[in-house]
Design a protein around this ligand. Structure first.
Ligand code: NAP
Ligand code: ZN
Length: 381
């Protein structure tokens, strides 16, 4: 998004106030009854929630949800880490399901197709960003949850039995991608793929550091290996070392709390993708970069990080950011992952296990993405 956090907060607050004064209850504002799990306050505890969704419109695809990944953004949002959560929040933006109904203008999908829905479900479709297939940077981009949709009502995410989405924001899910372990690609996958492409971080043989080995990080390792990069995981969890190398295919592993190894790795990396979800020091990471190195920040800690000028200036280094990806590139990423057999390593959970899963996610204790088996475990009480 090119808006500042303050602008986002303000515009969300405004739309939520407007929609609250206009709205009926979440259960009756639309004709179609939906069941999901929602957080009601910043305790973040999720519990069963009845709400409703709009009728399938002429450009819409209605999706019966099979699986939904659990992103750290879901956790930040239910806990109101960023200060703009509007409860109730039904999280979930790594959705794989089956199209059960398509509107009359829908050309890309038919009933019965397996489809994906990711982080965004709306944009103005006419601005400079939308014209360049960068809907993710449209000033009117609407997130899949904790946002207001084009009709002025609130968006609820994929921890629910179905969703209705404009066809522009629906992805074709490649045949050989499994629905469960493929689901996390819809956020984690595109979030790491897009900056690798945009910032020119795909040259085979170059050395990429991946900071934080969680949902985003472990997919970054796999995608980077498919591009032929040399990959070093930079982690605060020594226990992840063996798997990072043997299962995920990383070339080496660096524990941030080991000063000797950190020192030995100074000036060795061409790029770093930083997926760390909490406040952390950039100084040691910038030190790992070669001259002209790039650090691309993807994690969204709740407070600003300190940006040390000396390593940046003295090494002509750069720090950038990146927000998911546009719809065209998301499709490209899914096709790329299908071609290279890239999926997430997942722990499949039932809907009623979500609260303990969130507690584990907060402690970086997941290998490496929780995915909810929505279709087989979500049933109204
Ligand atoms: P995740 O699975 O929880 O992974 C984050 C990793 O960060 C953890 O596994 C851990 O890795 C490291 N970490 C966590 N707390 C730490 C701490 N206190 N100090 C040092 N390292 C710590 O989360 P995720 O789903 O990958 O998301 C990561 C971040 O990206 C979140 O902030 C999320 O909101 C954001 N995000 C951004 C975008 C975007 O478009 N830019 C999209 C999706 C998510 P180690 O154990 O290896 O240290
Ligand atoms: Zn996400």
């Amino acid at each position: 998004m090119h808006q500042s956090l303050e602008t986002v907060r303000e515009s969300l607050a405004q739309s939520h106030t407007q929609s609250k004064t206009m709205a009926k209850s979440p259960e009756t504002e639309h004709p179609n009854k939906v069941f999901g799990w929602a957080a009601r306050d910043k305790s973040g505890v999720l519990s069963p929630f009845n709400f409703s969704r709009r009728d399938n419109g002429e450009n819409d695809v209605t999706v019966k949800i099979l699986f939904c990944g659990v992103c750290h953004t879901d956790l930040h949002t239910i806990k109101n880490d960023w200060g703009y959560s509007y409860y109730p929040v039904v999280p979930g933006h790594e959705i794989v399901g089956i199209a059960t109904k398509v509107g009359k203008n829908v050309t890309k999908f038919k009933e019965g197709d397996r489809v994906g829905v990711g982080v965004i479900t709306g944009s103005c479709q006419s601005c400079e960003s939308c014209d360049q297939d960068l809907e993710n940077y449209c000033p009117q981009m609407a997130f899949t949850y904790n946002a207001i949709g084009a009709d002025g009502t609130k968006n609820y995410g994929g921890y629910s039995d179905n969703i209705v989405v404009d066809q522009r924001f629906v992805l074709r899910f490649p045949e050989n991608l499994p629905s469960d372990s493929g689901a996390p690609l819809l956020c984690a996958g595109i979030t790491v793929y897009s900056p690798m492409k945009y910032y020119g971080m795909t040259e085979a043989g170059k050395h990429l550091g991946v900071a934080g080995l969680g949902g985003l990080g472990h997919v970054a390792v796999k995608i980077a290996k498919a591009f032929g990069l040399k990959v070093t995981v930079i982690s605060s969890s020594p226990k992840k070392e063996e798997e990072a190398i043997t299962q995920l295919g990383a070339d080496s592993f660096l524990v941030t709390t080991d000063p000797q190894k950190m020192k030995a790795a100074i000036g060795t990396m061409d790029y770093i993708i930083d997926t760390v979800s909490a406040v952390h020091a950039l100084y040691p990471l910038l030190g790992l970069l070669k001259v002209n190195g790039k650090l691309i920040a993807l994690g969204l800690p709740e407070k600003p990080l300190e940006l040390p000028m000396f390593p940046l200036v003295l090494g002509r280094k750069m720090v950038g950011g990146s927000d998911i990806g546009g719809m065209k590139e998301t499709q490209e990423m899914l096709d790329f992952c299908a071609k290279h057999n890239i999926t997430a390593d997942i722990e499949l959970i039932k809907m009623d296990e979500i609260n303990s899963a969130m507690e584990r996610l907060a402690k970086s204790d997941v290998k490496y993405r929780f995915v909810i088996d929505v279709a087989n475990s979500l049933s109204p009480p």
